[in-house]
Each structure stands twice: as C-alpha cells, then as structure tokens.
Design a protein. Sequence first.
Lengths: 311, 414
Amino acid sequence: MALGLRAAARTAREGRTGWWTATRRDHLVGYLFVAPQVAGSLLFVFLPLALVLWYSLHEWNVLADTFGFVGADNYRHLLADPNVPKVLTATALFSAGLVVVNLSLALLLAVLLSQRLRGTVVFRTLFFSPVVVSLVAWTIVWGFLLQRDGGVNALLQAVGVEGPNWLRTGPTAMASVIAVQVVKNVGLNMVLFLAALQGVPKELYEAATLDGAGAWTRFARITLPMISPTVLLTSIITVAGSLQVFAQIAVLTQGGPGTSTTVLVYYLYQQAFQFHHFGYGATLSALLFVIVLALTVLQWRLRRRWVFLES
Amino acid sequence: MRITTAATAGLAGLLVLTACGSGGGDKGSAGPVSLRMTIWTGNADHLKLLDSIADEYLKTHKDVASIKFDTLPIENYTTTLTTQMAGGNAPDLAWILENSAPDFVGSGALAPLETLVKPEELAPSTTKLWQKDGKLYAYPFSTSPFGVFVNEDLLKQAGQEPPKAGWTWQEAVEKAAAVSARTGKAGLVVRDFDYKGWDNLATVWGGWGAEAWSEDGRSCGFAKPEMVEAMTFLHKAIFEDKALPAPGATADFFAGEAAMTITQISRASLLKDGAFDWDLVPLPAGPKGAYSVIGQAGIGVVKKSPNAAQAAGFLSFMTDPGNSARLAQYFPPPRTPLLTAEGLAKSNPLLKPEQLQQVVIDGIAKGRVKPSHSGQAELAQAVRAGLDQLWQPGADVAGTLAGVCTAVQPLLAK
C-alpha cells in the first residue's frame, strides 16, 4: 500500500499524463473493492430476477423436460385465473393485519420498556427472544398449541372459555397465522423503536411538560415525529416481509381452510413446485415483485409528508 | 498496488467458487458410475435391507461404483423429487407414489423397463397404473392393501367384541363410538387422512361404491348420490357418534391411542414391540358389500439420467424373484408366485396366514388403487380446499360435495 501511494505521488509529481493516471488507478481500486458486492448482487439478485421474467414467458414442464416459448400466455392466464383475486385478498388481509398489529404492538412495548423501571431488561429479552428462534421450529410448536385440544384452548378452558378450532375455520386461521408471526418478530421492531426512543432529546419532554402538555400530547407531538424515520424503516421492512410469508402458512394451514390463507407466495409455490407450472409460478413471482416494488416506492414517496428530519 | 492485487485475487476467488458451484458431478464419465435412488422411507430396517441388496449387486457389477438410497420426507416427496429434476439434480432411480403415477408415466419422465427378470410373473392388477402403450415404465415395487388394525385391549375395555372378516361399517362405527365414549381414547383413525389427505377416504367410500372420478378420469364423482351417502355417514360418524377423532385432534394407533386404524399392511412393522394385543381384519363392508383398496408405489428409471442403463440393470436385480421375496416383508411384491399366504408368511412373521390371505392376497386380487389422475397435485389441492367446509359440525354435505365438483371438473377436463 505504502509502495503504491509513493508510486502514485511520484507519478503526480512527475506530471505524467499517460493513460494510466493516478485517478484511473484509484478508480480501479474502488471498483475492485465493490466488485464482490456487485458480483453477488448480479448473481443472486439481478440474474434470478431476469431469469424469472424469462421463465414467465415460457411453459416449462419439468417431468416431460420440455421448455417452450408461450409469449404472454402466462400473463393472460394470470388475469383470467379465478384464484388470483382470492389469493390477493388473503395476501392483503395478512399484510394489513400483520403490519398494523406488529407496528402498534412494537411501539407500545418500546414505550413501556423504555421507562426506567425494575425488570425492563428481563421483559426486553423476553420479547426479543422469539426473533432468534428457528422460524419453522417456532411455527411447528404453535401448530400444536393451536390445535383443538392444544395449549391455547386449554388455557382458555381454565378461565371458562371454549376456544375455537383455530386453524380450521377461515377467520381464526388467518388471525392465528398473523398472531404467530407478530409474536415471532415484534421484538425486532421493538428494539429498533427502543433505540429511536433513546435518541429523542429529554429537553423536549421537559419543555413540553413545563408548557403543560399531557402524556398523549407529548407522545403525539414529540415522540412520534422524532422517531418517524424509524417508523418508516420498520414499516418498509414489515410490509415487504409480510408479502413474503411462506413457512408459517406451509406449516400451520397449507393455505386452508379452503383457500382462506393462501397468500401470494404460497400460491406461487403451489403452482411452481407442486403443480409443476414453473412458467406460471414465475409469472406470479413477477407480480409479487411489482407489488413489493410499488408499495416500497409508495412508502418512500409518502415519507415527505410525515417523516420528520427528512430533507 | 497491494490493494489492487488483493482485490483482484478476491474477485478471482469468488468467480472460481461460483464456477465450482455451477459445475456438475460425474455425469457422462467413462469409469464406474454412482447411482442414486430417491425413496420415502427412512426406516432403518428398510434401508439395511436395500443396502444389503445394493452391496451384493456391486460385488458383481464393476460398472457401478456405489448405490445410494436417498430418503426424502414423505410429506413433500413428489415436490422434492420434481424440484431436484428441475434443478438438474435428477436421481437415477426414483420411487414414485401412486398419486403421481399418471404424471410420471404419461409425461415421459421415465424410461421404459425392458430388462426386468420374468416380467410375465407380475400380477396384471399391479401393473395397470404403470403402463403406457403396452410398455411398463415403473416396477410396481410395493402393492400394499389397506386393512384395519385393531387394538383388542382397548375394545375389550369398552366391552366390545373384536371385529371379524365380514363386519360392516355400521359395526365399525358402533365399536369406535363405544371406545371413544368409555375409554376416552380415539375410536377409528383413517391413517394419513388428518382432514387433508382425502384420497385415503377411498378406504371408506369404496363401501358405498363411490369414487372420486369416473374410470376414464373425465367426470367428477363427488356429487354422485353414493358419494353423498358415504360422506353423510362419515360426517355423522365424526361429529355425532364421535367414532373418529375430530379435525385438529390426533391419535396414533401404534402408540395405543386409538382402537382401530385403517392403513396399509406395511405398517405392521410398527407393532413389533407388542405393547397390546392386536389383529388385522379386512375393511368393513358398506351398503355395496365388500371391497378393498390398495396403495401402490413404483420404482422407475429417470429418463434423463446419464446412467439410465446401469440404473435399469440394478432395478432388474433388486426386483428379481429372489430379492422380491426378501423385500416382501416390507413391500408386498407384484409377483404372482410370491403372492401366497405361505410365501408371505415367511417374510411377515408378525402376520398370521389368514390375515395375509384375507387382507393381502385377496386385497391385491380385487383391490382398487387409490384415486390418481394426471395433474394430481392440483386436483388434490382443489378437492382438499373444497372438502374443508365439510369438516365442520352441521355442514351441508350435498352442497359442499357439489362445490367440490364445480372446482374439480375443469381440471378433470384438461
């Protein structure tokens, strides 16, 4: 490195103006540093994305080993598929439920656990611990708990309530899947909110209190605006994550009862890997990509309206 | 300059790793080949027997270096297999479950089997599912009839007589309901059904002469009167008589949690601990009389395997009359000379000759294979989603079944 810098300095002193200048050399070093990341993105993000679009224009029969160009047929099928509206409704229900419950609960927990009280560290650990548990193991255990004679209903029975067969009726199945996912991941958003809350200057609260602001006013007028960048971050992560839910559905309900919990990713999996319609599965992936992209762009644009401290 | 060198070396390393990752094994090499066969069983005894047959083959066939039996979980067996095929990692031999037989045989994914030892010995009822244009595409490796395993201790506790061949569905439900009411244990479990694997219900509705779809596979059978009658009976047995565990409740017969279970005789090996007295009887008769249902699995050579010739050679060896007799203790063979009560008794010490005769031999001779159709996975999903409404107390049986046909008919017509 020292040798290189010295050589570059000498070149600059000597004022050589050939093709291999110090600037070009610096550029090359920069490019080489980012090259592994770029190569990774190309290989694992852009190439699969391009391939998905390519496959979506084909019919690929894995068993017969045939791969033929069908043009926009898969997209036409997407528009005509009677299951797609049901699947999109289930996806929207799941995402809306998850985002609202997860963010509200995470914020509530963060506000409660940011108080200087005994035992907050224990509770913070308790709420965060599901985040590090294996997703499938977590879901399988909840699958047992949510059975008709499972732990959840046993608890309800102890207080005299007869619980429903959670995973066997449409509304409770969807609510169960959302709840399992919220409890699993709420700790992550809670930690992000906690960090943001600690960054809010105490003087603001003191000044507001002196001005006679109540607890709710302080929260709505100081806390929320001050942590709004974190709210944006967590909402983008949670919305994108909610659209990609798969393991919980596969383990808990397999899309049922009926098709009430068949969300887009699970439907895509069924079409591609169970029904062997890889081309149509790729088309559904393209739809998912467009939805995630559109929602992320929308949130990014809306940030100007409600995110504080954004230039 | 050292930075540039290090970064270049790093990038080169990454590219080399990537190149290695995309490379592929020993395909098409001239030396001895390695064979891989996907199977669903992970049972140590099954694998030991298969490995011993493979070892014998390797001794005499120097063109094969190794044979690996690759267990894939049964829940996602076909999905995993087809994903491997899509990813360019197809096995050389594959165990095919009966519900995906039409897809595998019809699509041309399997190579025709032309080197089998004594194929004329195969019982015609066992090869029907695996043939196309007069050629056999998979060896019907296991033809396992469904019977009812009975926990005699639990029935005795409930004051019930153990069932005998010739019993009826009415008796079955009465006995099961009595066990459920008096012992708190489950009455009758249709194993692997669990309100999802509906094709296992063929072991129930067969007694009413019902079928999921017509023989030619073109028209839906769920809305037919005999199916409505059978499902009404089953619905009442579940929700009113409490003879079968309700949705969401689980009971394992082999752990002593249920009085009776409908399953394949290959599960008899789970009873070798002898924790309770048990019997095996044929399926109860329905209003249309006696019937039997068989589950099947075939083994085929994957056509795109570069080692297809060696794979066919091994399959022929593994299923020759001698090895078939050895495998018969777990997998009922399709070879007629082996299908005698005495022959099967040798390799099935847990089962009595009359059990083998009534359930296995008679079952194979007249049994109907569980429902299978091309595009089975999509059909199965549509039927499962439609039937979900049925598994509620007070469900509209006829209306739900009509809804199943509405969903399924377009898929059958494809």
